[in-house]
Write a protein that binds this ligand. Structure first.
Ligand SMILES: [Zn+2]
Ligand SMILES: [Zn+2]
Length: 314
């Protein structure tokens, strides 16, 4: 709640004219408590995870040929009932775990000092803070995700998220309830280290939801703007992690590729990509056709053409 009753009062106190965005923020937030503003996070959670995956889900159900060619694992197509079952499970998870978690996190959010008043942050402040949040979450998430792939972590927690070997947008938050708690921590770590304005915080939360939906979308579009972000993994990168499944020791990072590169956990993925490029075929078929990982690239090229290997698989 803002400590000013009118815009004039705010301008006098701040010794300047409010920008257009600040006037909008004043009109919207002046009479709302900090708790209500914080709870927008929960509303955005439901709205984003309901609406953003929807277009590709409709495309998948309609089987639109122009879009279908960008599907990463084209042989896997979920029915309407299967998609709805995933969506219902996610909404249930939000209602029972994520929503309550957000509510009990409110004191922590107040403690770290996220502000709600005027002035609003500059574009540079927002950009710099979002960059820090992204890097901090990606790095922390990488190690927690690796931990979840330990024998105990996978069997007791993470295997739920891997039920979808060819993920869809709705499956991004589909996981064991404790995984929500574990992987929720990195999302708050950045804002705790560099607290900003609540508008930046809400924007951060929405962006990371959208990023998770994109990487689980199951589609790899060449025109995706994220392709221009350096070291960005994207849908195909994380799809491979789901595709390999429980034995996966590859592509743990959620956003960027550099952690996997530095710590050597993308070797399998890069090898499959290399072979796929030589044989001009999707990695999906390569992985299933023969234990390629035990062979050198040269021997693969000499012993198999795509046609021969295809007949092996069939
Ligand atoms: Zn995993
Ligand atoms: Zn995933």
């Amino acid at each position: 709640m803002l400590p000013y009753k009118t815009i004039n009062e705010a301008e006098t106190a701040l010794n300047g004219t409010l920008t257009y965005a600040e006037t909008l923020w004043f009109n919207y937030s002046a009479n709302k408590s900090d708790f209500i503003l914080y709870c927008h996070n929960i509303i955005f959670l439901y709205v984003v995870f309901t609406l953003i995956p929807l277009p590709l889900v409709v495309v998948e159900l309609l089987g639109a040929a122009k879009i279908a060619r960008y599907k990463i694992q084209p042989k896997v197509r979920l029915s309407f009932a299967e998609i709805m079952s995933c969506y219902k499970a996610v909404i249930k998870l939000f209602f029972l775990v994520v929503g309550p978690l957000q509510l009990v996190s409110y004191p922590a959010y107040k403690f770290i000092g996220i502000r709600t008043g005027l002035q609003l942050p500059s574009k540079w402040e927002i950009l710099m803070q979002l960059t820090v949040y992204l890097v901090v979450e990606d790095y922390t998430n990488y190690w927690l995700h690796r931990l979840l792939h330990s024998k105990w972590g996978y069997e007791n927690i993470h295997k739920v998220h891997h039920e979808y070997t060819a993920p869809i947008g709705f499956a991004a938050p589909y996981s064991h309830w404790s995984e929500i708690l574990i992987l929720g921590f990195p999302a708050f770590l950045g804002p705790a280290m560099v607290p900003g304005h609540i508008t930046t915080f809400l924007l951060w939360m929405v962006l990371r939801h959208i990023e998770a939906i994109e990487t689980h979308s199951g589609y790899d579009f060449p025109w995706t703007p994220t392709k221009y972000i350096p070291f960005y993994g994207g849908a195909e990168y994380h799809d491979y992690h789901h595709y390999v499944g429980g034995q996966s020791h590859s592509n743990f990072a959620s956003v960027f590729t550099y952690c996997d590169y530095i710590y050597g956990t993308d070797k399998g993925y890069r090898y499959q990509k290399k072979v796929a490029k030589v044989l001009r075929t999707p990695y999906e078929y390569i992985f299933h056709s023969t234990p390629w990982c035990n062979l050198s690239l040269e021997s693969i090229i000499h012993v198999a053409t795509p046609t021969q290997a295809l007949s092996k698989r069939d």
